[in-house]
Design a protein around this ligand. Structure first.
Ligand SMILES: [Zn+2]
Length: 164
């Protein structure tokens, strides 16, 4: 699977990561599926009620769900929820145990959910991406690394950043 990220989405993740540095932040990735790939051109931020810690982040879920519902209907379903993103300030772009549990929770709402992690400092971020897959209904969710590509969205594509 390749995750295609609109340049605006990456810049917004980095901008928010730098604003909250050295605390974690994050949000939702929005877009659509193209075969096995994902195209992400939308981003939802943490929300004003989010909790930002040095090693933890809890989004403002109610606000995020309301913005997601609004964007989904405003784009006639073009931008749907694909998964989450968050930062690891001064850390590494790798899935923690907590991240794996979060991925399992996301999977209740979206099939093969994404998790994008930006690690680093305020001025430089490394990006890693994973997606969750489950071998059969009773299997344990496993996180596989996904390739990311940054692209310039053509004019007219739904590129949307929702940051409170
Ligand atoms: Zn994490």
């Amino acid at each position: 699977m390749t995750i295609w990220l609109a340049r605006e989405v990456v810049l917004e993740m980095e901008r928010l990561g730098s604003i909250y540095y050295p605390l974690e932040t994050g949000g939702m990735l929005l877009g659509w599926r193209d075969g096995p790939d994902r195209i992400a051109t939308g981003l939802i931020g943490p929300g004003s009620g989010a909790l930002h810690g040095l090693y933890s982040f809890i989004p403002d879920g109610a606000w995020q769900r309301a913005r997601l519902a609004h964007i989904f209907s405003a784009t006639a379903g073009d931008l749907d929820y694909l998964g989450d993103w968050h930062t690891h300030p001064d850390g590494v772009a790798a899935m923690s145990e907590v991240d794996r549990r979060t991925l399992s929770k996301i999977e209740r709402r979206v099939r093969d959910p994404l998790m994008v992690i930006l690690a680093g400092a305020a001025s430089r971020w490394d990006m890693g991406a994973w997606f969750g897959t489950r071998p059969g209904y009773w299997g344990r969710l496993s996180a596989s690394a996904a390739e990311t590509r940054i692209f310039d969205a053509p004019t007219g594509w739904p590129v949307l950043m929702e940051v409170s």
